[in-house]
Design a protein around this ligand. Structure first.
Ligand code: ADP
Length: 558
């Protein structure tokens, strides 16, 4: 038994451990999955913005395609000979000029500072469709060409391509044209940028294409950090705040004063992942609670079953002993009487009393067993009839008062006047009252008090049986009406009983449509109350048995 119990405790512990472990693992993987979804999603967003920055760079280069195919040595000769620039270059310049991203194209055929040398420049004239020399050009052009010159000084020796693009912030871009035969500069093509177009027609729509914060899960600001100004955004409703910025995207090799600032929010993928995480956690939680509940339920039921089995086994052993003892006493006494060995009137009377007492004990025992058996088989037969409870209690006391007083008990009987009738089976009532009174006597020590109090209210007539005995501990109160249950304490173990009386009481009270309640203070005494429904008067309803079915079932108050 011990082995089985500890095995069950071990298995229960292992089960709990497994549930907790599995739950932990599941929660961990759910969070890991969620985390990786968020990371992937944020990485994806970052990639998209980076891609956009590269697209912007390409946008500047697109009209310049064909530049690599130009023969820069030929261009140099043309310029040296004072000829017009070759058509192949002119075609590119024409394309650039037609592009709304740009607002003017200048060409300088020498490696000098145009402003310093007061060098005239070739300027593309759209009306004429050719390059025209001019002395009037904006300073931006000089800045662009000078920046390119400075940059090319360090680059030109190693450079493998025939042109190099150098951006002067958002103002202009300069193409340095390189004669790779001798690594000399064949000329500079300076192209002014139409800033208005760049911002409003290219970058702003580009950012808007990502969708607003709610749609894309991020807020984007095209920001000029030199003047701390937002030039464009994908969501005008969200005010720029540097504290919100989590990521910064630069434009490669260009637009140095500008960058895209990014604040990440919950995008639809993350929102879906959050919702799914929540859903999974709730389902997991409910499942785990259910599993734990089942485990605990199985464990406690098994424990109770085991207790019951143990109590039943103990009961059988006891009952056999108790049936045999009175029989043996009666047998011996009967034998002596039959032999005629006992002749004196005192001894005859003593033998008679012995046999009588033992047969009463035996009868009670057998009655109790039969009650349980009948109840178990659902065969308790009730003879319900209108009864006055005070009359029944008085009948009981008349029969039993003397032996109760003999045991040293003081009986206090109280009864309200004008009690209504109740529908009751009298045999049941006597068994109920008998069991409660016997218990009050059995489970009292020095303070031998037995209270019987009859009261009424609108619906019930109640009988309270109270004692000043050992009382019932709180933890045991809900079990005392169970079959074979006995409180585990020294007093009870020294008192005869099998844990059947109160289960019979509960069963009979319920069969009679009543309720039984218990109040007890450990060490001070107990009060058992049985209440039976009053008979409903004919004018309000018929006093048939059907009415009795509507009364509440037994309940226990502790
Ligand atoms: P038993 O044959 O053991 O008396 P019962 O079913 O009548 O069986 O009672 C179940 C248990 O409830 C008892 O063993 C006892 O521990 C407890 N009990 C019952 N009545 C009282 C009482 N009046 N005072 C204290 N304990 C009681």
């Amino acid at each position: 038994m011990k082995f089985k119990l500890s095995l069950r405790v071990i298995l229960f512990g292992l089960g709990l451990l497994a549930v907790v472990g599995l739950t932990g693992m599941n929660v961990y993987s759910l969070y890991a999955l969620h985390e990786s979804t968020i990371n992937t999603s944020v990485d994806n967003q970052k990639n998209q913005i980076s891609e956009f920055a590269f697209q912007t760079r390409n946008r500047f280069r697109t009209p310049l395609r064909g530049m690599r195919a130009l023969d820069m040595a030929e261009l140099q000769h043309f310029i040296a000979d004072g000829k017009d620039i070759p058509d192949s270059l002119l075609a590119i310049i024409k394309r650039v000029d037609e592009d709304p991203l740009f607002s003017g194209t200048y060409f300088l055929g020498r490696d000098v500072d145009p402003c310093q040398a007061n060098e005239p420049l070739l300027h593309y004239n759209r009306k004429l469709g050719r390059m025209v020399l001019t002395d009037h050009y904006p300073e931006v052009v000089c800045d662009g060409i000078n920046l390119a010159r400075a940059r090319m000084k360090s680059l030109i020796g190693e450079y493998q391509w025939n042109n190099r693009l150098i951006h002067d912030t958002e103002r202009s871009m300069t193409v340095a044209m390189i004669n790779l035969e001798d690594h000399s500069i064949a000329g500079y093509l300076n192209i002014l940028v139409n800033e208005d177009y760049l911002i409003n027609e290219f970058l702003a729509p580009g950012l808007a294409n990502f969708g607003n914060t709610k749609e894309s899960g991020m807020t984007l600001w095209l920001h000029d950090w030199t003047v701390n100004e937002v030039l464009a955004t994908n969501d005008p409703d969200v005010e720029y705040n540097i504290k919100k910025v989590e990521q910064l995207q630069r434009f490669p090799d260009m637009l140095e004063n500008w960058n895209i600032k990014i604040a990440f929010n919950e995008n639809p993928i993350i929102a879906a992942s959050n919702a799914s995480l929540m859903r999974n956690l709730i389902i997991l939680g409910v499942g785990v609670l259910f599993l734990l509940g089942s485990l605990v339920f199985i464990y406690t039921t098994a424990q109770r079953e085991q207790h019951l089995a143990r109590r039943q086994a103990g009961f059988l052993a006891n009952v056999t002993h108790e049936l045999k003892t009175p029989l043996a006493v009666m047998q011996a006494a009967g034998e002596n009487l039959a032999d005629g060995r006992v002749t004196s009137p005192e001894r005859l009377s003593s033998y008679g009393k012995h046999i009588f007492n033992e047969s009463v004990r035996l009868r009670k025992m057998i009655e109790k067993l039969l009650d349980v058996a009948k109840n178990e088989a659902g065969q308790t037969i009730l003879k319900l009839a209108p009864n006055k409870i005070d009359v029944l209690v008085k009948d009981y006391l008349r029969e039993n008062e003397s032996w109760i007083r003999e045991t040293g008990f003081k009986i206090e009987y109280k009864c309200e006047k004008n009690l209504p009738m109740v529908m009751l089976d009298t045999d049941s009532f006597f068994t109920i009252l008998g069991n409660l009174v016997e218990n009050a006597i059995k489970y009292s020590a020095d303070d031998k008090y037995l209270g019987i109090d009859i009261s009424k209210d609108d619906k019930f007539v109640s009988v309270q049986v109270s004692d000043h005995g050992i009382g019932i501990p709180k933890s045991a109160r809900k079990y005392v009406f169970d079959k074979f249950y006995r409180v585990e304490n020294e007093f009870t173990s020294n008192t005869k009983g099998h844990g059947l009386g109160l289960s019979i009481v509960k069963n009979l009270v319920e069969l009679n449509g009543g309720i039984v309640t218990l109040k007890s203070v450990e060490g001070s005494g107990s009060v058992f109350t049985v209440s039976f429904p009053v008979i409903v008067k004919p004018e309000s309803a018929s006093p048939s048995r059907n009415n009795l079915k509507e009364v509440p079932r037994a309940e226990y108050v502790s």
